[in-house]
Design a protein around this ligand. Structure first.
Ligand SMILES: NC(=O)c1ccc[n+]([C@@H]2O[C@H](COP(=O)([O-])OP(=O)(O)OC[C@H]3O[C@@H](n4cnc5c(N)ncnc54)[C@H](OP(=O)(O)O)[C@@H]3O)[C@@H](O)[C@H]2O)c1
Length: 316
């Protein structure tokens, strides 16, 4: 496993980090908890030293699963990995979504996440998104206050625009930023967010890297997902057909390295100097085993450009 410095912290983080969105069992069809537990344990046992989660991933379900996975068995995995969680999404008693990063709600998230994860102090907490009602300054100030009080080691934000990032960084130094960034979604680079983070010593862990399976060796079709999996709508239609052809072209580039298209898509983001780690979701240990082989794999600038032009041309 390859490790890189996380911004200006003293933490060397694996360049591939397990994301647990799917383990929350919402929007991703049926999820087998035993597979989820085995996947978390496999990742920790194979050197992944950070796990990404959020209060909103199954409204606490993913956070609880992480605790069970780390504490289960004769050789508890506590201490072998850090956990990054995100505050923003919850549900009220009527199952209505609450999107709230107000100071009062952040305090509730803090208490709840500590309990669900079974820790006294949270390793890394990000504000998952702007809730469109709490000013950025107020939200970040509260997060930084909890850090200063010793409840959180490192702080950051996710899904912020460049302007929001700039405002947040003026309130308190951020240690991590989590944007959507991939071969198919390059906005964070094009609008200057990656450069801003690099200039300010903010590490980046990005999601969307393998397009939820669009950059898999065998791409599933819409009918293979139950209708409560968001991919049952996305993996169909003319755009999807274009993406399948892009996958085939990129596979040829990957083959030159003896790698799969999944590895190539991961290497493409990791080869950008602003990216510290790729966040990836796995359904089972076998997927993790395959994708982990991209750790340390990097592309030259020419190869990155070649991949990007395959995508740009393929989407025309
Ligand atoms: N901050 C945010 O707003 C935000 C948003 C989204 C995600 N995230 C984070 O990023 C993580 C990754 O999410 P993502 O949306 O980017 O998902 P992703 O990693 O692009 O997709 C995960 C899915 O890809 C498929 N897959 C992975 N490896 C495979 C392999 N070797 N062969 C075949 N299929 C494979 C699996 O599909 P199957 O289910 O079909 O097996 C898996 O469930 C999340 O868990 C979360 O931690 C953050």
């Amino acid at each position: 496993m390859h490790y890189q410095q996380m911004g200006r912290t003293d933490f060397k983080v694996s360049d591939i980090v397990l994301g647990t969105y799917k383990f929350g069992a919402r929007d991703w069809g049926a999820v087998n908890d035993l597979d989820s537990l085995a996947t978390i344990q496999y990742c920790v046992d194979h050197g992944m030293n950070l796990i990404d989660t959020a209060t909103g991933y199954g409204m606490g379900r993913a956070e609880r699963l992480i605790r069970y996975a780390l504490d289960e068995g004769e050789h508890p995995r506590r201490g072998k990995t850090r956990i990054m969680t995100k505050f923003y999404l919850w549900e009220d008693a009527d199952d209505e979504a609450i999107r709230d990063v107000s100071p009062a709600m952040q305090r509730k998230f803090l208490t709840g996440s500590k309990k669900r994860l079974g820790v006294e102090k949270l390793d890394i907490v990000l504000l998952h998104a702007d809730d469109l009602k709490t000013p950025i300054e107020t939200a970040v100030e509260e997060l930084a206050k909890m850090q200063a009080e010793g409840h959180i080691e490192h702080i950051g934000v996710s899904n912020y625009t460049l302007e929001q990032l700039q405002r947040a960084q003026k309130v308190a130094p951020l240690q991590n930023y989590q944007p959507h960034f991939s071969l198919l979604s390059r906005g964070a680079r094009d609008d200057g967010r990656l450069d801003f983070c690099r200039e300010n010593g903010i590490s980046i862990g990005c999601f969307g890297v393998i397009g939820k399976g669009l950059f898999a060796q065998r791409i599933k079709e819409a009918h293979e997902f139950p209708n409560w999996d968001h991919r049952s709508r996305k993996f169909a239609g003319p755009e999807f057909e274009k993406k399948k052809r892009i996958n085939a072209e990129l596979s040829k580039v990957a083959a030159r390295h003896g790698k799969s298209v999944t590895h190539l898509a991961i290497a493409w983001v990791l080869s950008h100097p602003a990216i510290t780690f790729a966040l990836l979701g796995f359904s089972n240990p076998a997927q993790a085993e395959h994708n982990l082989q991209a750790s340390g794999f990097r592309l030259s600038k020419d190869e990155m450009d070649e991949c990007e032009s395959i995508v740009v041309e393929g989407l025309k």
